[in-house]
Design a protein around this ligand. Structure first.
Ligand SMILES: [Zn+2]
Length: 399
């Protein structure tokens, strides 16, 4: 394991400074930004160093191949390298780094694959820049319309198509990619845990049972801009008051439906301290055990806002296939099985009928999407060992 530790720490050190804000110590690796491009260069270099053939699909997802990409029925592992605003170091990169480390271990152990192995880095998983999470995998499965994707805009007004072109990727071929999809036999994504279920027990690695239903909605609350010092309270049409009521309604409704609701992003126009807003645009993230609970929360929020919530993305509840889940838990000596409220590319692929599974690595803080996100090196190494065991089994004993 010494070699793995050295290699893991070297890869981690290389990624450490990329897109890191000195002010917050958080990461800002937004899709197709300079930081993202540097991460993509890192991925290519690590693949080339191992003699893996690199391909980039029509969407822009990066693949590193051990074996023939055209042979089909590949075992695929990987995750993503982009981040939320001021994200942690582990969400995404841990799965990609672990994939490379697993390839090294498989070779050291003389595993001879009977099917191709690929490591994928999905583009734009967080949707931090253009608003739609898992855009790379959703475009691949056809879950995200290519025309809609190309015209999504970031806060500076740049479209996804502009951003792709600026980064040297032609956006003209976006859309469901049956050829790439057909080559994926099984997908296993390793991810840092985003919660504290594993902290309660003794296992460093768990297996995902499923992903709860979740989505994102935009609310446009219109009012009338006016002077903060001369407009009587009775004469105001201030949409910020409706936002306040909406935030409270979101919380109250989430509690009632045992769901989660978050308003974490707000845009105000004209955005002056001494001006009553003409527009408050807010984004709701809502998640729950099932679709009905989430829809009930969204309806309550819409009623409080007096505006129709505009759906920007929707991910139905995902239950990972039981046979693969059981097989992996068995291989890992009865690893704990847990559900998550966080979306992942593995969930998108499972929704498209690809046998998919996830491994979670213990996170002592339980915090994610924040610089406080953490996993101990020993637990990361346990994750790599678990991933290697699972891949070796899938490579040599197809179901
Ligand atoms: Zn992630």
């Amino acid at each position: 394991m010494t070699g793995t530790r050295v290699r893991f720490e070297a890869m981690w050190a290389d990624l450490h400074p990329i897109g890191r804000s000195p002010a917050t110590a958080g990461y800002r690796r937004f899709a197709w930004s300079d930081a993202d491009l540097t991460c993509r260069e890192w991925f290519t270099a690590e693949a080339v160093r191992r003699g893996l053939a690199v391909t980039v699909d029509r969407i822009g997802n990066q693949w590193a191949w051990w074996g023939d990409p055209d042979a089909g029925d590949a075992v695929v592992t990987g995750s993503h390298l982009d981040s939320v605003p001021d994200g942690g170091a582990f969400d995404g990169p841990l799965g990609v780094v672990s994939g490379f480390a697993a390839v090294d271990l498989l070779r050291e152990r003389g595993v001879v694959p009977t099917r191709p192995l690929a490591l994928v880095s999905f583009t734009d998983e967080e949707g931090a820049r253009f608003g739609v999470p898992c855009a790379g995998s959703r475009l691949m499965t056809g879950d995200l319309d290519p025309d809609r994707a190309r015209s999504l805009r970031d806060t500076d007004g740049a479209t996804m198509a502009d951003a792709m072109r600026g980064a040297g990727h032609d956006p003209v071929h976006l859309g469901r990619d049956d050829e790439t999809l057909a080559g994926v036999g099984t997908f296993v994504e390793l991810h840092v845990e985003q919660g504290r279920a594993l902290v309660q027990g003794s296992a460093a690695v768990g297996v995902a049972s499923g992903i709860r239903a979740h989505g994102r909605w935009r609310l446009d609350l219109h009012g009338r801009a006016d002077h903060a010092g001369t407009t009587r309270l009775a004469d105001r049409d201030d949409p910020m008051l409706r936002l306040a009521a909406t935030v409270l309604a979101a919380r109250e409704s989430a509690e009632r439906h045992a769901a989660l609701a978050t308003i974490g992003k707000v845009h105000v126009e004209p955005g002056g301290t001494n001006a009553i807003p003409s527009l408050v645009r807010a984004w709701l993230d809502a998640r729950g055990e099932n679709e009905a609970d989430v829809r009930a929360v969204v309806a309550a929020v819409g009623a409080a806002a007096g505006a129709e919530p505009i759906e920007e993305s929707w991910s139905p509840e995902v239950i990972f296939g039981q046979p693969l889940q059981d097989r992996i838990a068995g291989l890992l000596g009865g690893a704990p099985v847990l559900a998550t409220g966080a979306g992942h590319d593995a969930g998108v692929l499972a929704g498209a009928g690809v046998p998919a599974a996830m491994l979670f690595v213990r996170n002592p803080t339980g915090v994610s999407h924040s610089p406080a996100e953490h996993a101990d090196v020993d637990d990361c190494l346990a994750g790599i060992e678990a991933l290697t065991t699972v891949i070796a089994n899938l490579l040599t004993e197809p179901s």
